[in-house]
Each structure stands twice: as C-alpha cells, then as structure tokens.
Write a protein that binds this ligand. Structure first.
Ligand SMILES: Cc1cc2nc3c(=O)[nH]c(=O)nc-3n(C[C@H](O)[C@H](O)[C@H](O)COP(=O)(O)OP(=O)(O)OC[C@H]3O[C@@H](n4cnc5c(N)ncnc54)[C@H](O)[C@@H]3O)c2cc1C
Length: 414
C-alpha cells in the first residue's frame, strides 16, 4: 500500500489549493480526482471567465452567505480577497475588479486559472492521479488511516475531503463526500440545490423565452406578503425564469417552496421611475402620440416581445387609439409596469442546473481554524462539501479557496 503524508480527495478549486499548500510545506501529497481531467467545474465558472472572489469587506461578504457562513469569519480575516489575489498574481494570474466588486483573472479565462493552479501543484510536488474515484475512508479508533480508491489503497495520517457538492453532477460533483462523511459520523445538513432557475405557473414565461431584461427590480411575495427585492438582470426560459437576479433570489425561494408556501415574483420594469414620474411619462406619451395606436406607445416603454403580454394582461387592445385611453387604463398600465406583472413560482430546477449546493457537512462539527473534523482525527474538509453557500459574486470560490488553504496547511502541520 502506498504511503503519503496527506491525501486530498477531489481536484476542484478547494482540493487543488489544499494539495498545493500541503506540498509547498514539504509534505508528500497525493491528490485523487475521479474524472479524466481535474477542475471541470472551475472551467465553467463565471461563464468561463471565472469570478474568483469579491472585494466586499469581510462583514459584508459574510452577509452573502447562509447561516453556516459565520463559520468562515475567523478564516476570512486570515485568508481572503487580498491574500487570494496575491497568490494568483504570484502564480501568473493577475486579476481585475469589475462591477459589484467581482474579481476576475485579467485574461477573463477560467482555463488560464486552472492551468496556473495545475502547474503550481506540479511544481510544489503534488502527485495527481485522475480517474481515481475514492470509494471509502479507512478510519480506525477515531483516527483516519487512509482511503480506498479505484486505483488502489493509499495510507496517510491526514485526509482532506474536497469532493464538492451535488450541483452540476456532470462535472464530477456527485456528492460522494457526503456519504463518506455520514459514515464517519458527521451530520449532513439536508442538501438542496441553490442558485437555481425557477419554474413558473401559466405560460407567460414560455411566450417570452429568450428575452432578457437587464434592469428590473424583482420582489418576492410569500403568501401575499412582500419579503425581499433585488435589482438586476432576468431571463425568460422555456420553463420559467433565470438570470443573475433570479439565481440570487432562488437561495431563499427554494426554502420557502419547501414550506409549501405560495410564492410570487413581481417585476418592476421601470425601477428608475417612481409612480409619479412614470405617470408623468405615460401622460406625456398620451399627449404627444394621441393619434397613434396603443402598441406604438408601448414600443417606447417595453421590449417588443412584452407588448402583446402587457396589452393582454391589462385588457387594453393594441390597436386602441392612444387618445381614447382613459385615466383608469393609464393607471392600470402604470401599475402593471411597476408591480402587477407577476409570476407564481411552482418549483425550481434540480441539482443538474444549480450553481451551488445548500446544506452539507455540519460546520459545528468542524474546527473553523484548521477545517479538521471534531469527530475523526486527521480528517479535514474543504469547499462546497461544507454547509456553506453564498450568492453569486465570487463568494463561493473564495470560500473554496480559503477552506482549501486552511485545510492544506493544517493537514501539513500534523
Ligand atoms: C456553472 C457554474 C458557474 C459557477 N460560477 C462561479 C463563479 O463565477 N464564482 C464563484 O465563486 N462560484 C461559482 N460557481 C460555484 C463554484 O464552482 C463552486 O463553489 C466550487 O467549484 C466548489 O469547489 P470545490 O472544490 O469544493 O468542489 P468542486 O469544484 O465541485 O470539485 C470537486 C471535485 O471532486 C471530485 N470528486 C467528487 N467525488 C470524488 C470521489 N469520490 N473521488 C475522487 N474525486 C471526487 C469531482 O470530480 C470534482 O472535480 C459556479 C458553479 C457552476 C456550476
């Protein structure tokens, strides 16, 4: 049986960082990846541009995480954006800050990030074996002893589980690590897909399929009570709604839906105008274009695809003369543009299309400084396997890199 100081399971961002750290500290480190190539999900991140992290201050960043995110507080004060950007610049990946504090590689290529990480782990001395699915952890007397993989049995006093979550399983993240952790005695907080597109009732979204609205404000109503609101970009799909604003809101919506609540989304298509300003605008259009048809007035207010939907929903025929629009109809149009264009949410897509997994290894059972299990000596966790999930914006990758950094260094100091 081959003997190592540290074994890392899973060559995603967390595992690559952990293995590189352990090897840089002089440890004989083995990294096992079940797919043919490492870092498959990393290549998809940020639409292949890889949103590595975010410049939000630590307290603000933590607001973007689930409750489990508090577990990251100490760690983020030790290893966060500045440290990660410095690390990447040292391995040949300079970064730039874009809208909303999002940090990307200057090249805007996830491929370059992966290549740099792979050449760094290689020069640090990590032994990487691909097509090496791990099937079992060997634990004796409360201590880790090694693992069983497709390629053989390996022994080590420190094993880092970085197998990711269950989202986008085609990338290799099929949730194997949750079963290993459960067998080791860890509690797994129930797994849910998070950052997912939403399924809507009726067929309005389908009629608008392919349309993207860049500047909308979306409010979430649960049992007819407004809960939250977010501004951003939305897309209509063949099953409902997607796009950044929907993915971000979905983290909470998935939980509301599990509680069997009635969830509706209302769109404010004119968030830059309050009701009075919008009414003035509509009034001006009516005065200036009186002889034309209602549809030509809508052309100035809406993308083409939305015009028939608007006219149908507010019951004003598209060929009605603008001069004949009554005060009540004007009000109806204003309300539709600001709040009456709504969708009932009947569900969400599954792990196949989720950006991240909510739930995972209970962080209460993991040391927040070392990432070591409080139950099994020598077993460490890094990345999405932990019960940590965040909004889009680079926070999830930062969490994977930070926990990988801590686990790799702590495992190397055993
Ligand atoms: C489409 C998409 C876009 C995203 N964009 C961003 C973004 O721009 N910014 C951001 O912050 N986050 C983004 N994310 C989230 C981010 O990719 C994840 O948070 C991150 O990849 C988690 O890293 P990880 O190393 O924990 O797990 P993973 O990246 O899932 O890696 C786990 C690895 O473990 C391997 N593995 C699993 N089981 C075994 C086993 N039994 N034996 C051996 N190996 C195993 C898997 O094959 C995989 O390679 C995106 C996610 C998706 C799906």
């Amino acid at each position: 049986m081959s003997q190592y100081d540290v074994i890392v399971i899973g060559a995603g961002p967390a595992g690559l960082m952990a293995a590189g750290q352990a090897a840089s500290l002089g440890k004989n480190t083995l990294l096992l990846e079940k797919m043919k190539t490492p870092g498959r999900k990393l290549l998809l991140t940020g639409k292949h541009r890889c949103n590595l992290t975010n410049t939000a201050l630590v307290p603000d960043a933590l607001e973007h995480f689930n409750e489990g995110g508090r577990f990251l507080t100490q760690l983020f004060y030790r290893y966060y954006t500045d440290e990660l950007r410095l690390f990447f610049s040292e391995i040949g990946v300079p970064t730039v800050v874009q809208r909303g504090g999002r940090v990307f590689p200057k090249s805007e290529k996830a491929q370059k990030v992966l290549e740099a990480l792979l050449s760094w782990i290689q020069s640090s001395g990590v032994e990487l074996i691909t097509e090496a699915a791990v099937s079992e952890l060997k634990i004796f007397g409360g201590k880790i002893d090694g693992i069983v993989a497709q390629t053989g049995n390996y022994q080590a006093p420190a094993v880092i589980l970085a197998t990711g979550g269950k989202a986008y399983p085609g990338t290799g993240s099929t949730g194997d690590g949750f079963a290993f952790s459960r067998r080791a005695g860890h509690k797994i907080i129930p797994l849910r897909p998070a950052l997912v597109p939403l399924i809507t009732g009726g067929n309005t979204a389908q009629k608008l399929q392919g349309l993207s609205l860049k500047n909308v404000s979306v409010s979430v109503w649960v049992n007819n009570k407004k809960f939250t609101q977010l501004f951003g970009e939305l897309m209509f799909t063949h099953f409902g709604l997607s796009g950044p604003v929907i993915l971000s809101l979905s983290r909470q919506i998935v939980n509301y839906l599990q509680g069997d609540n009635q969830v509706d989304l209302r769109l404010d298509l004119k968030p830059a105008l309050d009701h009075t300003a919008l009414d003035n605008r509509i009034l001006r259009d009516i005065q200036n274009q009186g002889k034309k048809q209602f549809s030509s007035m809508l052309e100035g207010l809406l993308p083409k695809k939305l015009i028939p939907i608007c006219s149908e929903q507010i019951g004003i025929p598209r060929d009605k003369k603008i001069s004949q629009i009554s005060g009540a109809e004007r009000k109806q149009l204003r309300l539709w543009l600001k709040e009456d264009f709504k969708f009932s949410i009947t569900g969400h897509t599954g792990f196949e299309q989720a950006i991240i997994t909510a739930g995972g290894v209970n962080t209460a059972e993991v040391d927040p400084v070392t990432m070591e299990s409080k139950l099994i000596q020598g077993l460490y966790f890094a990345g999405e396997i932990l019960d940590i999930d965040a909004d889009t914006g680079g926070f999830n990758l930062q969490a994977a890199f930070s926990t990988g950094w801590a686990a790799g260094r702590a495992a190397a100091s055993d």
